[in-house]
Design a protein around this ligand. Structure first.
Ligand SMILES: [Zn+2]
Length: 255
């Protein structure tokens, strides 16, 4: 019947209208379709100039693994994961966006981060031989922190990321059983001590799962993911890749 709403047509009309009136989050310019490395970003948040201008790491000079960079190797001793993939150093505008996602509930930033990560990840896997990913996880929050904040920003990013790449995601396999003090301002060994026995696996890791990708929003020493990796490796996982939006290295680091 003529008056029935064609939902697909309405959605297209709504999306097109939204895009035509959307302003770039950074420069205020008009946003149409923005893409990164040939991957169309599903967000009407950033114009093409600002997408091109984001402070990405140059993945090609580190062969897609930031752990191959000596300064990062030195800053991350005793880690139990094999690959580190970060979109950007901890710099504007990511600093502002990460705080807005974490503390102000700007949820539209999670699919934006995910889309930026997916584009760079796909470029990386096209260039370097990387083992197929069997499972995606995110760094869990302790239940008390989850209750206070109401959501886990790493989980939101991981959900979109795994969905876009059609990879299996398990939000429940790893739980945080210790509600740690903040890791901020702690040295590497203090962080490791603070995080000892902080995580547990609830359930079996299937025997075919050999390469696990763990998603976080910001990584400083890698200690958190390293602790989770130790547990996974006891359960038969061979390779762990840490994927994060930002990497911020501490100025001084004890061994
Ligand atoms: Zn812009």
């Amino acid at each position: 019947m003529a008056w029935l709403l064609d939902l697909k047509q309405f959605k297209r009309y709504y999306t097109d209208t939204l895009k035509s009136i959307s302003c770039c989050d950074l420069c205020g310019g008009n946003v149409n379709n923005s893409d990164l490395l040939g991957y169309s970003l599903p967000q009407a948040l950033l114009c093409q100039c600002c997408v091109n201008d984001l402070p990405y790491f140059n993945q090609s000079i580190v062969s897609g693994n930031l752990l191959s960079w000596p300064a990062i190797q030195r800053a991350m001793p005793n880690i139990h994961f094999e690959r580190l993939f970060a979109l950007s150093p901890y710099r504007y505008p990511f600093t502002q966006w990460l705080a807005q996602l974490k503390y102000s509930g700007r949820f539209e930033l999670a699919p934006l981060f995910s889309a930026l990560l997916v584009a760079q990840w796909q470029a990386l896997t096209a260039k370097h031989s990387i083992k197929p990913v069997d499972l995606v996880l995110s760094v869990p929050l302790h239940i008390k922190k989850w209750q206070v904040r109401g959501y886990n920003q790493a989980h939101l990013i991981a959900k979109f990321f795994s969905n876009q790449l059609a990879l299996p995601y398990d939000a429940k396999l790893v739980v945080r059983i210790k509600n740690n003090d903040s890791q901020m301002g702690k040295t590497g060994s203090q962080r490791r001590k603070n995080l000892a026995n902080a995580f547990a696996l609830q359930g079996r890791v299937a025997s075919h799962i050999k390469h696990v990708l763990i998603i976080d929003d910001v990584v400083t020493t890698g200690t958190t993911v390293s602790e989770i990796s130790k547990l996974l490796k006891k359960s038969g996982v061979e390779t762990v890749t840490l994927v994060t939006v930002c990497l911020t290295l501490p100025k001084t680091q004890d061994k």
